[in-house]
Design a protein. Structure first.
Ligand SMILES: C[C@H](N)C(=O)N[C@@H](CCCCN)C(=O)O
Length: 554
């Protein structure tokens, strides 16, 4: 390398530095995704220890997106990102997530119970004029005080996490444009999926540590991780600053945000098709994720797991997690290997480990360890599918196949799984197969949807386009956890009455819901997504949007 080459080399020209930046951003998202679902695998414990019924649980979970949707925070986040740049917005989003998560944690601690704050929240915030009339309030009369306060924290966290999502996407574009951008995006999403698996496995472990149930321990674990996420963003800040010093660019000055940009995006038909498909598909996945463990508890009979010692309870769980890390590592490695034989060897190894993983989950017999396989498959194949879209295309077809699989899975959960309630082996096998297929669907759609956005809008307004899609998507992510909770209570009237009259205990009630109606509702979302996918494919062919074309042309 000559002296001139050395002078012109920036941080982003070094593969090591580029991937270090990706690691920082992706690890921050990994921590955020852990917090996003930290309460999901312990819905039953929230009901038995904090008195959150399904409506309270669903309302609290849905509150995550309330400010983004109704106060248009996501639109402001897009504007902040375009005006202030990636590194400022990254730190801001990290700090917002941490503040919200800390409030959420305090709400579920024992210290909150019996405090003045609890009394205040019991007597207040029952009604938000305007929102209640429309049935879209994040609070309702009779909602437990802890759920109300937790909802406030989760709303603030939701602003931070969505802001982080669009910031990280733009950060990846800044550092990887013209290089391995799709692989970087796929790897970031894969690590986020690993975050979901981590919380599905470890949240119940922390809540039940030492045989004493304390749900706030799980949330505290998430808060510590968000602190680490903020540190990651701070390190990123300095690397990004250095890059701008080296290049003499400042993207927020070179490419300032204009309100008219929003109009340009909103007038694109292709953009609307993708945004609507996104809201329908993700509404059938993320809200489901919040109830999936409980749905399995209600549909399968699990053996009692010993809780006398940490190792008796958690050895298999920890081994399962180690296998998951190997599968993730094998997937990442396979993307960097040049030789196809090596790639298939690693994939075979991942397949074998996946089988062992499932077997361990079956031996361990708990809903969390069975559902943990869902994000695992997405971890393994999202980067591979991203690579496929880069080199072979077929994004619109992949969107359709992913939606079709989604419908199939929700209908299986609704009508086939309950038939195996008394068949321990058959039930777990059906559950595993369906979850694995759902995991494949959750790889096909994200891997093809997000890289399609740059084909629909100008590169200059990509940040605002992602913010707008996230905003539309957040409407569904707000509405559907809440709707699932309401539909559950409305279609399980006998159970709700028995619980109210003390005929059954909260522990029994928590694992006795009939999930058929909410699952059919989610399957309908999948059907609508499939129809939109078909329309998108037709429009793509007619207008030549290039969605079926590879990103990298030889
Ligand atoms: C929940 C969030 N709004 C979302 O849509 N997340 C996507 C990833 C979007 C790309 C982030 N760089 C997901 O599939 O998790």
């Amino acid at each position: 390398m000559t002296t001139t080459d050395k002078i012109h080399q920036t941080l982003r020209d070094s593969a090591g530095m580029r991937w270090l930046v990706l690691l920082l951003l992706a690890f921050a998202m990994f921590c955020s995704y852990i917090f996003m679902d930290i309460l999901s695998p312990i819905k039953d414990l929230m009901q038995s220890t904090r008195g959150w019924d399904s409506t309270a649980f669903g309302t609290m979970q849905g509150s995550e997106t309330f400010l983004n949707v109704f106060v248009f925070f996501l639109i402001f986040a897009g504007i902040i990102l375009d005006k202030m740049g990636v590194r400022f917005t990254a730190i801001l989003s990290g700090a917002v997530m941490l503040v919200g998560a800390t409030i959420n944690w305090y709400a579920v601690t024992d210290a909150f119970q019996g405090s003045g704050l609890q009394t205040w929240f019991t007597n207040n915030l029952n009604y938000i004029p305007g929102f209640d009339e429309l049935g879209i309030s994040p609070f309702y009369r009779g909602m437990p005080a802890s759920a109300k306060f937790a909802a406030i924290g989760f709303m603030i966290f939701g602003c931070g996490v969505e802001m982080a999502g669009i910031t990280v996407s733009r950060g990846i574009v800044k550092w990887f444009k013209g290089r391995e951008m799709a692989l970087a995006m796929g790897s970031e999403m894969a690590l986020a999926r690993l975050g979901v698996a981590t919380c599905m496995i470890f949240s119940p472990v922390f809540a039940k540590l030492g045989g004493v149930i304390d749900v706030s321990r799980s949330v505290a674990f998430g808060v510590v991780l968000l602190l680490i996420a903020l540190i990651m963003f701070i390190v990123y800040f300095f690397m990004d600053k250095k890059l701008d010093e080296q290049t003499g660019e400042a993207e927020e000055k070179d490419d300032p945000f204009k309100i008219s940009d929003l109009g340009t995006i909103l007038s694109s038909g292709g953009f609307w098709l993708v945004a609507l498909l996104c809201v329908l598909y993700y509404s059938a996945i993320f809200p489901f994720q919040k109830y999936a463990v409980n749905m399995l508890q209600c549909n399968l009979v699990f053996k009692e797991v010993p809780t006398d010692s940490f190792w008796a309870t958690n050895t298999v769980t920890i081994l399962q997690y180690c296998i998951m890390l190997v599968v993730a590592g094998a997937s990442f490695a396979s993307n960097f290997m040049k030789k196809a034989s090596m790639k298939y060897g690693l994939l075979t190894l991942a397949g074998v480990l996946l089988t062992v993983f499932c077997y361990m989950g079956y031996m361990r017999q708990s809903a969390e360890t069975v559902f943990a396989v869902f994000p695992l498959l997405a971890v393994g194949i999202t980067p591979i599918l991203g690579n496929y879209v880069d080199h072979k295309g077929k994004a619109a077809s992949m969107l359709m196949i992913g939606s079709m699989l989604l419908v199939l899975c929700h209908l299986t959960f609704a009508f086939v799984l309950p038939e195996f309630r008394d068949n321990a082996v058959g039930g777990v096998v059906i559950a595993y197969l369906t979850i694995l297929v759902l995991g494949a669907s959750f790889s096909l759609v994200p891997a093809s949807l997000w890289p399609s956005v740059p084909k629909l809008v100008d590169a200059k307004i990509i940040g605002s386009a992602y913010a707008l899609i996230f905003w539309v998507q957040n409407i569904g992510l707000w509405l559907f956890p809440l709707l699932i909770g309401k539909v559950l209570d409305k279609t399980n009237t006998q159970l709700v009455a028995d619980l109210k009259n003390g005929v059954i205990t909260p522990e029994e009630a928590a694992v006795s819901y009939d999930y058929t109606a909410p699952l059919v509702m989610l399957a309908c979302l999948g059907v609508a997504a499939l129809v939109l996918g078909f329309i998108l494919k037709v429009v793509d062919k007619k207008k030549g949007l290039g969605l079926e074309e590879p990103n990298i042309k030889a």
